[in-house]
Design a protein around this ligand. Structure first.
Ligand code: ADP
Ligand code: MG
Length: 267
């Protein structure tokens, strides 16, 4: 974990979202009037069905979509009043479609994470790339062509690239969808231990429940619920949002909530 901590920024960001809406022009909004705040160092999990607007919301939070209404503030400053470079220096992302073939090696892709800091004289260059390779079990793949990796290996490279950026806010869109079970558990435990402010969309409610400080449920672009996982991820709430029945018990080994799902045979 010390290795992981050596990679991240030392001033975790506060994020404030107020009345945020976004949608393509001349179409109904996809993100609808969201208001919430994320405290420095907090890990917020974003959950909701396919098409609920999770990726669209995240794009508003990393200054890709300009809100059609409302604001997103980073430590009190409107994201769109920051120079793009200032935002890039503080916010790192791990997105669903990793960069396609640039003919770069694994180590070179991770090095790209250093770019926002290139002119500020930070001493961390090479060693942090090596640390990221080690952290994500990529050392033996360092010289491999990125394009030749498996989906899960690519995902770990993108995590490494995000961490060498030393972010104060880390935004991840389904970062575990290609990972095997062991890597899913490791990545979530690692994220939870970082001092960075983190917003992560997840499909696995058990992972969200085990590691996030709070959960934000999005349904049809709206904020359906926000709060600590155990208060929010109840069978009734899960039925309303995901249209499945849930049995929740305590995991015999970890004591954490265990979720089992089934379809209501009468619906
Ligand atoms: P999620 O990540 O929760 O699955 P998305 O944010 O990707 O949901 O998408 C929400 C809805 O908005 C989907 O129906 C998607 O097709 C639509 N959508 C997303 N981005 C655009 C866009 N740029 N233009 C038109 N529709 C979009
Ligand atoms: Mg999505």
């Amino acid at each position: 974990m010390e290795l992981a901590r050596s990679l991240v920024g030392d001033s975790p960001a506060a994020l404030t979202v107020e009345g945020l809406s976004w949608g393509p022009s001349h179409r109904p909004p996809i993100v609808r009037e969201l208001s919430f705040a994320v405290a420095p160092g907090e890990m917020l999990a974003l959950v909701g069905p396919n098409g609920a607007g999770k990726s669209s919301l995240l794009r508003c939070l990393y200054r890709y979509h300009r809100p059609t209404a409302g604001t997103v503030r980073l430590d009190g400053v409107d994201l769109w009043s920051l120079p793009p470079r200032a935002a890039a220096r503080r916010i790192a992302t791990v997105l669903q479609e990793p960069a396609s073939d640039f003919g770069l090696s694994v180590a070179e892709i991770i090095e790209l994470g250093l770019t926002p800091h290139q002119h500020d004289g930070s001493p961390h260059g090479y060693t942090s790339v090596e640390a990221a390779l080690e952290l994500f079990g990529l050392t033996s793949l360092a010289t491999r062509d990125f394009a030749s990796l498996s989906g899960g290996e690519k995902q770990r490279v993108m995590l490494g690239r995000a961490l060498v950026q030393k972010p104060d806010l880390l935004i991840l869109d389904e970062p575990t969808n290609h990972l095997d079970i062991r890597h899913q558990l490791e990545v979530l435990a690692l994220l939870a231990a970082l001092p960075t402010t983190i917003i992560v969309s997840l499909h696995d409610l058990a992972l969200a429940s085990a590691h996030a400080d709070r959960v934000l449920v999005i349904a049809d672009g709206r904020q359906a619920a926000l709060g600590p996982p155990l208060e929010i991820l109840t069978p009734t709430a899960i039925r309303q949002t995901f249209a499945v029945e849930t049995a929740i018990d305590s995991h015999p080994a970890t004591g954490r909530p265990r979720f089992s799902f089934h379809l209501d045979p009468h619906s």
